[in-house]
Design a protein around this ligand. Structure first.
Ligand code: BV8
Ligand code: ZN
Length: 254
């Protein structure tokens, strides 16, 4: 990719009055977290409809927990990569930035903790692998202990009512948290630049967030090794890996 494209992207982001960022699985790819649709992707062995749905959990909670237990262990062995750190450092310097992620791997939050940017505006649109909620009452909690999914009667249960606990993630066919969605779209509508990193822009309503910035007269800057449906709508679309490109785009210039 020609430097001018990367320089143009850096200048557009640096001069943004208000930036909103949307990330997908690609921002975690360089940490070793499998993406959903890529080679070796999470959906390779299973289709989303098979596992990441309420019906799948109702039919076979042990199988669904087995998949999530595997993903949790896999992610806990990963570290935030230079893309996560560049975004966390940017958000510490510019706390008005809203960082919206589709990812449930918690790596943005870990990068923010590392730079003390915990007061930044991080919206985890689809929840987190490391939070659980009760299938029957209002109980919800952080949860990082290993989950034994070898048998139904070993699955985690609610300490308040004894019902099965589930991963506090948003499954296909489930509504997103209203507050998170409202914050994401309000930020996107109020932004003059939407930086879209590592998403195939297939899953809705997340994929519509950059369109809110465009609708209010803003522009989109995309970072992705592949073209996506957003590419034709992007002012600049950089073909490359987030871990290699983001530190340059977000670097401190003053
Ligand atoms: C809802 C949590 C309504 C669980 C996830 C409108 C149009 C079409 C369909 C729909 C629509 N509205 C709703 C739907 C249905 C559905 C949907 O969008 N289906 C898709 C498949 C067509 N949406 C829903 O069901 C949503 N719910 O709308 O509810 C409602 C309202 C009221 C009452 C009832 C219902 C819920 C969607 C959330 C699903 N949960 N995750 C879990 O993770 O287990 S989705 C999951 O998949 C991720 O969170 C993420 O959102 C998505 C994966 O997408 P990406 O992150 O983009 O990852 P992907 O692998 O696809 O792409 C990676 C990209 O990175 C690639 O482009 C690659 O090139 C790039 N890359 C690779 N390496 C790098 C890189 N980039 C940079 N650097 C690198 N190194
Ligand atoms: Zn309960």
């Amino acid at each position: 990719m020609r430097d001018s494209e990367a320089d143009k992207a850096r200048s557009l982001v640096e001069r943004a009055r208000r930036l909103v960022v949307l990330t997908g699985a690609g921002v975690s790819a360089d940490s070793g977290v499998p993406t959903f649709r890529g080679e070796g992707g999470l959906w390779k062995r299973h289709r989303p409809e098979e596992l990441a749905t309420p019906g799948a959990f109702d039919r076979d909670p042990r199988l669904v927990w087995e998949w999530y237990a595997w993903r949790r262990e896999r992610v806990l062995a990963c570290e935030p990569n230079p893309a996560h750190h560049a975004l966390a450092d940017w958000c510490r310097r510019r706390p008005e930035t809203c960082l919206v992620t589709q990812n449930v791997d918690g790596l943005h939050a870990r990068a923010a903790e590392a730079v003390g940017a915990v007061d930044g505006r991080l919206v985890e649109l689809h929840g987190s692998l490391f939070r659980v909620r009760c299938t029957a009452c209002a109980y919800r909690a952080a949860h990082t202990d290993p989950v034994d999914a070898t048998a139904l009667d070993r699955l985690p249960r609610c300490p308040d009512c004894g019902a099965l606990l589930r991963p506090a993630v948003v499954w296909f066919g489930e509504p997103l948290d209203g507050g998170a969605l409202a914050e994401a779209f309000a930020s996107a509508s109020g932004a003059d630049v939407c930086l879209v990193v590592g998403t195939s822009a297939v899953v809705h309503p997340a994929a519509s967030i950059p369109l809110a910035t465009l609708a209010s007269g803003g522009i989109v800057v995309e970072v992705n090794p592949d073209a996506t449906a957003l590419t034709p709508r992007s002012e600049v679309s950089l073909r490359g890996r987030a871990a290699l490109l983001l530190p340059g785009i977000l670097r401190r210039t003053r």
